[in-house]
Design a protein around this ligand. Structure first.
Ligand code: CA
Length: 222
């Protein structure tokens, strides 16, 4: 899943990036309204962390822009404790939730999972056939066997499991699991899917299929 952090406090952005990447998310950052709108125009985000007081304007402008189109990312506002009116306006403008600064990383991660799983049937544990992915504990299993995954492998498996049975093009994985610094001309997706497939397969049947010239598909239960 890919997140956009709209925040002008660079120290906070750096800390968030470390914590979010470690949890398997791809992270881009924008320090102001203008750059946030630019990134939203070209990238497909799953969730936006939105600070409301930005150097060139009000974060609510970003919120409204996102909500102009249907099916946009989830929005989690980051607000100051004394700005109740802002939070109300933000929720009215289409934000899904808010978190008051300063906050602890575990709480932020929990809020993010809660928002993302609104699209996944309301649980932090995804199950497809023998595969089980616990997004809260950052654990993956095939049957009883724990899988030792890198954050990127975890991100790819999360994306494939949330769309099990569908063919997912490599470009879509790049868009949702990698950040904007990923080079679209490298074979990074192929390499990551390859190592993930080996770990998931182990001694069993391969579950991640390559569909020639189309992409990858996680087999559904049978
Ligand atoms: Ca700010």
């Amino acid at each position: 899943m890919r997140l956009l952090v709209v925040e002008d406090e660079q120290d906070l952005v750096d800390a968030l990036r470390v914590g979010l990447v470690r949890s398997g998310y791809a992270v881009d950052a924008a320090p102001d309204v203008d750059s946030a709108l630019e990134k939203l125009a070209v990238n497909d985000y799953d969730l936006v962390l939105l600070d409301l007081t930005l150097p060139d304007g009000d974060g609510l402008a970003v919120c409204r822009a996102i909500r102009l189109a249907p099916g946009g990312p989830r929005i989690l506002m980051l607000t100051a404790r004394d700005r109740l009116a802002d939070r109300v306006r933000g929720l009215d403008a289409g934000a899904d939730d808010y978190l008051v600064k300063p906050f602890a990383l575990p709480e932020l991660l929990a809020r993010i999972r809660a928002l993302l799983r609104r699209d996944e049937g309301g649980t932090s544990v995804l199950e497809v056939g023998e595969l089980r992915l616990d997004t809260a504990r950052f654990e993956a299993y095939r049957g009883e066997r724990p899988l030792q995954l890198t954050p990127k492998e975890f991100g790819v498996l999360h994306y494939l499991m949330s769309r099990a049975g569908q063919v997912i093009p490599a470009e879509e994985l790049l868009e949702h699991v990698w950040d904007e610094n990923a080079d679209p001309f490298t074979n990074t997706v192929r390499v990551t899917v390859g190592s993930l497939r080996r770990k998931v397969t182990g001694e069993g049947e391969p579950l991640i299929e390559t569909v020639i010239r189309q992409g990858y598909r996680l087999r559904e239960d049978r």
